[in-house]
Design a binder for this molecule. Structure first.
Ligand SMILES: *Cc1c(COP(=O)(O)O)cnc(C)c1O
Length: 387
């Protein structure tokens, strides 16, 4: 599959027109990504994990496509509510909820929740009595880039006890959920998790508790510097296992990265160069406190397309702020660069702008929509070619 990637000419015209740093979002790519999951997992309800990229235009697009939303805080629920999204299309999928989050859920009518501990049962029973709840199960997956199971998920051995306690507290105990970890390199972890969940569904049924929903979480991968995963094949395998083990269960998924990761390109430029201790340094106009925050929070290694040829050298890339933490890459191989050189960073829509700050007075990088500027950019490109 080919993902959204600006041409060198488009990068130049966009930088001239809008200046840098600039994030360019393709809503068509969002649609392609959503459709790939929806078509390969028909009848699975897709809840977009808003935390990956909460841009309003992404939310509206997914809402128009019939998507649903995984929210984790009062702020995310309020934002979606203000965009007119029905609370029935949201799941509050944070196993440890705040008082204000529960209050907003109650006020706007979000009624689906996840939990993984006994202390959360009493909180939900008090704030959202009768709420529909899924128990999050821990699944270990060393092959994920970001292992969320270090923080969340009840051990399968505790599951039955927690489900029964939640039911006794008056909650509508509907099923189980899991998250195999973000950027999972294979579907084995999903298949293992599905098997564990099947045996828990059966064990619950023996106690008279009939579970009816299963949420398989997110984790679907996007291309990295070294790998281009075949997500269609991956989800086809997961779906076949779902049909085998859970033919009559309502299934949800919560993709974040896969929906938005490939839909955004960053255009940044070299604003400074120097040699320190025999190492070449390049300073960019976007940095670790901005779009490259994913280097820290998401353990992500970004591709830098410099459009330059020539013998590569190892260089250090730093951001524009005055903090020495603001270094994105060390010993990154690159063709030699100069001030003013433009750099394209593809696949940077997930866990990038979402975790950017305005530290040191650098504004968050502007995000424009490619399909909205495409005609104008194309006309400028035609002019440039004619001239
Ligand atoms: C972050 C998160 C997701 C999205 O994960 P991706 O790896 O981006 O697909 C889904 N569900 C929950 C509960 C999450 O915390």
């Amino acid at each position: 599959m080919k993902y959204f990637r600006l041409s060198q000419d488009a990068v130049k015209v966009l930088a001239d027109t809008y200046s840098t740093p600039l994030l360019v979002l393709s809503l068509e790519q969002i649609e392609l990504n959503y459709n790939l999951l929806a078509e390969n997992m028909p009848d699975v309800k897709i809840y977009y994990a808003v935390k990956a990229n909460p841009d309003e235009r992404i939310i509206r697009k997914l809402s128009a496509l019939g998507g649903r939303f995984d929210v984790a805080s009062d702020g995310e629920m309020r934002m979606l509510n203000e965009l007119g999204i029905d609370s029935a299309r949201m799941v509050y999928a944070n196993p440890v909820k705040t008082a204000s989050g529960l209050q907003v859920a109650h006020t706007i009518g979000v009624n689906k929740f996840t939990f993984d501990s006994e202390s959360e049962i009493a909180k939900m029973a008090a704030a959202v009595p009768g709420g529909t709840v899924l128990l999050r199960i821990r699944v270990d997956n060393p092959r994920a880039l970001v292992d969320l199971n270090k923080k969340f998920g009840a051990h399968p051995e505790e599951a039955l006890d927690l489900l029964i306690k939640a039911q006794a507290a008056g909650l509508d105990v509907a099923g189980l959920c899991f998250h195999v970890g973000s950027q999972s390199a294979s579907n084995e972890a999903y298949i293992d998790a599905l098997k564990i969940c099947r045996s828990l569904f059966d064990a619950a049924a023996e106690k008279g508790l009939h579970l009816r929903m299963l949420d398989i979480g997110g984790g679907f991968p996007i291309p990295t510097l070294t790998e281009e995963p075949d997500v269609a094949a991956m989800v086809t395998g997961i779906y076949a296992t779902i049909k085998q083990y859970f033919p009559d269960t309502e299934i949800w998924a919560e993709p974040g990265r896969y929906i938005c990761g490939t839909a955004v390109n960053l255009i940044t430029q070299v604003i400074g160069t120097k040699v320190r201790n025999n190492q070449q340094w390049y300073f960019l106009d976007d940095g670790l406190y901005g779009t490259f925050s994913g280097v820290i929070f998401d353990h992500w290694d970004f591709e830098l397309e410099t459009f330059k040829t020539g013998k590569t050298i190892p260089a250090t890339f730093a951001g524009p702020s005055c903090d020495s933490l603001d270094i994105m890459f060390r010993d990154k191989q690159t063709a030699p660069l100069e001030i003013g050189d433009l750099i394209l960073v593809p696949n940077c829509g997930a866990y990038t702008s979402a975790s950017a700050t305005v530290f040191n007075g650098f504004a968050k990088t502007t995000i424009i929509v490619w399909e909205e500027v495409y005609e104008e950019i194309k006309a400028k490109l035609a002019l440039a070619t004619a001239g």
